[in-house]
Design a protein around this ligand. Structure first.
Ligand code: ADP
Length: 267
C-alpha cells in the first residue's frame, strides 16, 4: 500500500536524514515511527506527500511512485494530521473540516466557500464521529481546546476518505490523557475505514498501546521494525541513548548490537 525502497535523503547542507530505509506497509496497518528529535521521522513522512524528494530510492503509494508528476493524483488519497493542528483558527470548525475536500474541488468553489451539499453533510457526520457536538460546527477553532482542535484536524483528514493517513507527531502538543484519547480515536477511525496509517511519535508507551507495528529510527536508520510486544525496554533505551560522538561525515556507531534487537520484518 505504501512502500519505501532503499530511500535515502541527504539535505543540501550535507545532513544525512535517512539512510537506505526500506519499509512496506500493507493496507490497514497502523504503523508508528519512533525516534528522538532529528532521527528522520518528519523527513520520512514528508517524502510521502512530496514535500521532500528522496536523494536515492523510491516511495510509492498504491503502486504509484511519488513524483512531481503524480502528486496531483496522489494528494486526494493522502490525509494529513499535524503536530500544531494546522487549522485556520479564525475560521469556523465547519470551514476547517470542509477544507479537507479542497484537493478535489474546483478553485472557484474553494474561493467562494461553496461546498456541495453532500460534502457539508459529510463534514457534519465526521464531526460527530470524532466526538464533537453540532453546536461546535459554527464555533471558531480558536475557542476550542487543543484536544478538540486535533479532533477537527482528524475530521478534516478523513473528508476524502483517504486510503492513507500521515500523522506527524499528532499529539506532541497535548497532555498525556488527551494524547491517549486522540490516538485511540485516530486508531478507531482508521480501523473502521481500513485506512493505512503512518504516524510519528516520540512516546514509546503510546506506540506500544496503539501501534500494529513499530519502526524505530535512529540517525536516519531503521534500528527496530516489528510488533510492539517485541519493542522491549532495552530497545527503547537504545533508541533514546545519547548519540555517541562520531567524526564529521562518519556514520554514527550502532546503538546496540543488531542481534539484541527483534528481527527486522519487511511486511
Ligand atoms: P525528526 O522528525 O525525527 O525530528 P527530521 O526528519 O526533522 O527528524 O530531521 C532529520 C535530520 O535532518 C536532522 O538532523 C535535521 O536537522 C535535518 N534536517 C531536516 N530538515 C532539513 C532541511 N530542510 N535542511 C537541512 N537539514 C534538515
Amino acid at each position: 500500500m505504501l512502500s519505501f525502497e532503499s530511500v535515502g535523503m541527504r539535505y543540501a547542507n550535507g545532513t544525512v536524514a535517512l539512510d537506505s530505509v526500506s519499509l512496506a506497509l500493507p493496507r490497514g496497518q497502523f504503523c508508528v515511527v519512533l525516534g528522538s528529535s532529528g532521527a528522520g521521522k518528519s523527513t520520512l513522512l514528508r517524502m510521502v506527500n512530496g514535500l521532500v524528494r528522496p536523494t536515492s530510492g523510491r516511495v510509492s503509494v498504491q503502486g504509484v511512485p511519488v513524483s512531481p508528476a503524480s502528486l496531483a493524483r496522489l494528494r486526494p488519497r493522502i490525509g494529513m494530521v499535524h503536530q500544531q493542528f494546522n487549522l485556520v483558527t479564525r475560521a469556523s470548525v465547519a470551514a476547517n473540516v470542509l477544507s479537507g475536500a479542497l484537493p478535489v474541488l474546483p478553485a472557484w468553489r474553494a474561493l467562494l466557500m461553496r461546498y456541495p451539499r453532500e460534502l457539508r453533510e459529510r463534514a457534519c457526520a465526521l464531526l460527530e464521529e470524532v466526538g464533537l457536538q453540532p453546536e461546535h460546527l459554527h464555533r471558531r477553532v480558536s475557542e476550542l481546546s487543543g484536544g478538540q482542535q486535533q479532533r477537527v484536524g482528524l475530521a478534516r483528514a478523513f473528508m476524502l476518505n483517504p486510503p492513507l493517513l500521515l500523522a506527524d507527531e499528532p499529539v506532541a502538543s497535548l497532555d498525556p490523557r488527551i494524547s491517549a484519547q486522540v490516538l485511540a480515536l485516530m486508531r478507531q477511525q482508521a480501523g473502521e475505514r481500513g485506512t493505512t496509517v503512518l504516524c510519528s511519535l516520540h512516546q514509546v508507551e503510546l506506540a506500544r498501546a496503539y501501534a500494529d507495528r513499530i519502526v524505530a529510527l535512529r540517525h536516519g536508520r531503521v534500528m527496530f521494525d516489528g510488533p510492539p510486544a517485541d519493542f522491549g525496554p532495552a530497545a527503547a533505551a537504545a533508541l533514546y541513548a545519547a548519540a555517541p560522538a562520531s567524526p564529521a561525515g562518519a556514520p554514527p556507531a550502532p546503538a546496540m548490537p543488531a542481534h539484541s534487537l527483534a528481527p527486522v520484518e519487511q511486511g
